[in-house]
Design a protein around this ligand. Sequence first.
Ligand SMILES: *[C@@H]1O[C@H](CO)[C@@H](O)[C@H](O)[C@H]1NC(C)=O
Ligand SMILES: *[C@@H]1O[C@H](CO)[C@@H](O)[C@H](O)[C@H]1NC(C)=O
Length: 681
Amino acid sequence: MVFSPKVFAALASLSLVGAVTLDTRAPDPCAAIAGKKWVAPKDVRACYSSIKVDPTLKANIIDVVNKTLAFHTSTNYQIKAPPPFTADVHEDVVASLARIKRQSYKSDYDLHIDLSRTLKRLNDGHCVWINRCFDSAFVNYLPIPLALVTESDGSQNVHIAPEAFTVASAEFPDQIKFWQDSLPFTLRGKLESLSGAKVLLIDGRPPFDAVNENAQIAGSYQAFTTRQNGFFSSYQTAAAGWTYIMGNFAQQALPLSDQATLLIQRVGHILPEIVTLPYRSRIGSAIKPFTDAASYLTNNCRAVAGTNGEDVYGFSTASVDPEDRPIAKFQQQTPISAQTERKHPVDVILDTSPLSDVVLPPILVPSLPAAPGSRAAAQFYLLKDGKTGVLALGSFSDSDYFAFLNSLLEGLISLKAQGATQLVIDVTNNGGGFICAAHWLHRIIIGPKSTTVPQAGLDTEARNGPLAQLIVKQIINFGLDPDLQLLYNPLQWNDANNQQFSANEDWLQPPVKKIINGHRDAFSQRLGQECQPSGFPSEGPATGLFDPKKVVIVSNGRCASSCSLLSITMSKHEGVKTVVVGGKKGSKQQYCGIVGGQSTDFSTIDTEIKTTHLKNHTLAPPDLLVNGVQGITWRLGFGITDPSQPEEWQDHPADVNLPVTKDLVNHPVAIWETVTRRFLA
Ligand SMILES: *[C@@H]1O[C@H](CO)[C@@H](O)[C@H](O)[C@H]1NC(C)=O
Ligand SMILES: *[C@@H]1O[C@H](CO)[C@@H](O)[C@H](O)[C@H]1NC(C)=O
């Protein structure tokens, strides 16, 4: 038989296709990244995308998230938030879950992105879905964190942070050469010379296009401006010392970007240059070794100790090390145990990126001596003027609750003893922590008055769904919580008159019914103060330690949860001035966001359910089968300006917006001195 060349070519290609489909030993993309510390983001994506959706796991995740959301105070509010956040918060998450349930996905990774972004659209850092199979399992980095700098002529530009190379070479010593070698020929090996460069375009477009695109998917904060600020680098005090936050441009929790092409103008150069730098993915510290997709799934994607709750009076209560608690990795605070959290409730923001442990370069770390009382994320300094005290407070959490509260008092007293008559409180990137630590700080600075005793915080309400009501009834009727371990135990709470409920008082009855965005909803009665006396180490000083007119609260706007509780009460009750450092010129900056009242998560609610023997109720979420965390707001604080509505979506405009000039970029002492000169003097 004779074939025409055309037919022959067609046959040849057919047989080629046949050869490919016959080869069942398709390479495993997860095997390709196994055992490596640094990989290309596209290779991580190939691994993630090779994981097919398991219908059982998908249904399980949606069921757990949906039923946990019944305990989240804000679900119906977030369908359409009141002004000024109507344009920012308008997600019907229950409806979206129904959509996701129906929708099919090419891979488990695609499903995760949809689910994760759906929850992030709430712009509520308490209500976040984290799947440790993907989120920060590999972390995507660029060695050029950015800063938004106001020039001497008042114009604003995005710059590569002046300290970029110092940070990157200290944090990524084993990857710097890769980036050096990736630079275009004329710049090869000269990564350091990019530090401080003006960024004219990112991927061919004005830099704020990239900033704003990120703000659409970043989640965490209601205000668009606060989400914009998260694109840039910043600093924080943490238990381990001063840390550097790379910002969402230089650090991604998912392998979203492969490279960035920037048009830059280097310091001391006139002509713009184009550089393309690849992102590199570093394996996350929590990832367990794997060799292929199957072992990746088994070792990293399935439920672990602490994923689910437990009957606290059961025979086999496993105590999970605080460091290993799944949720603790993503709470923006020092890890604490579930037991500590039950004793000292927290209000803390979650992020798909763990708390940063990148080191702030020594040249930016305050060289002032730390005053007595300094401890972990709370550092006290006296400025060179001899009259300005500084409390740098990166968190409201600590490994020892009472030692922490005592040290806050000791630190402020020691500053006064050294001559401080005014105070700068720097809460940059403070994501919250212990609720009563915030109220204690308010109380000791201001002294005893109607706004601090007995309630130094906000009255609150919990959601009041049918299963929550049953939990309370079980506790009361069967005495199921003799050791006061459960959130729903009446003895944990005070009524609006600050009277403690008695052991058999059903505090969820009758439910307070509300219609929110057209949906029927129900809440608990108003709860009063919860910290005094037992949550405070002492009654506190008889007079305020500082005149509120001589106190300024400073941050980049990224102050959440307990940090919001402090800032809001200090600003709205006491008239303390708030300063936001940085942010887009002419935009309104919020001095805090994500107020909540108390945050918690699925595993804690599951503990309430299991301890009260309600696990087989139809409204009870099943055990989660994957390595996931679902956070919620469990109580919502009532407003100060409008006490009938939640504080969560009320306005928190900063009194002043301090532009970041070149000498202020990520430089705490320079910022405090400028704030003092401009707003305290
Ligand atoms: C979520 O729960 C509600 C009941 O609270 C139920 O009506 C709805 O169908 C559930 N949605 C999904 C997607 O399972
Ligand atoms: C499950 O429900 C049944 C009643 O439907 C009850 O008798 C049983 O004790 C429950 N089991 C658990 C473990 O709570």
